[in-house]
Design a protein around this ligand. Structure first.
Ligand code: FES
Length: 110
């Protein structure tokens, strides 16, 4: 993984694209990523639920918790930690940069 100073950042969305309570799906490095916007901060996690591979972007989020649409497992979008069964394993979280309303992820992190 590159250090922060040498990372490449790629614009993946506009901040305004991320709807309240609805994860926003983007793809980078052939990997689906879910974007969230809570309390003025943008977060990014793997789109794939760690329980049985459902798309978290087909679920919803409230505050810092995303709910998987398949079995109702929940994750903290800040840490990826599973907070409600049947989800047990964490999901990956990714650093996000926001600049002028544009949202950037680094392919170096994916
Ligand atoms: S697939 Fe997400 S909780 Fe089962």
């Amino acid at each position: 993984m590159a250090d922060a100073a040498t990372k490449t950042w790629v614009k993946v969305a506009r901040e305004a694209d991320i709807q309240k309570n609805q994860p926003h799906y983007v793809v980078l490095n052939n990997r689906g990523v879910a974007l969230y916007r809570t309390a003025g901060t943008v977060y990014a996690t793997d789109d794939t639920c760690s329980h049985a591979a459902a798309s978290l972007c087909e679920g919803n989020y409230h505050g810092y918790v995303v709910t998987c649409p398949r079995h109702g497992g929940q994750f903290d979008i800040r840490t990826g930690r599973a907070v409600k069964m049947p989800a047990i394993a964490p999901i990956e979280v990714f650093p996000v940069r926001v600049d002028g309303g544009d949202v950037f992820l680094s392919p170096d992190d994916l």
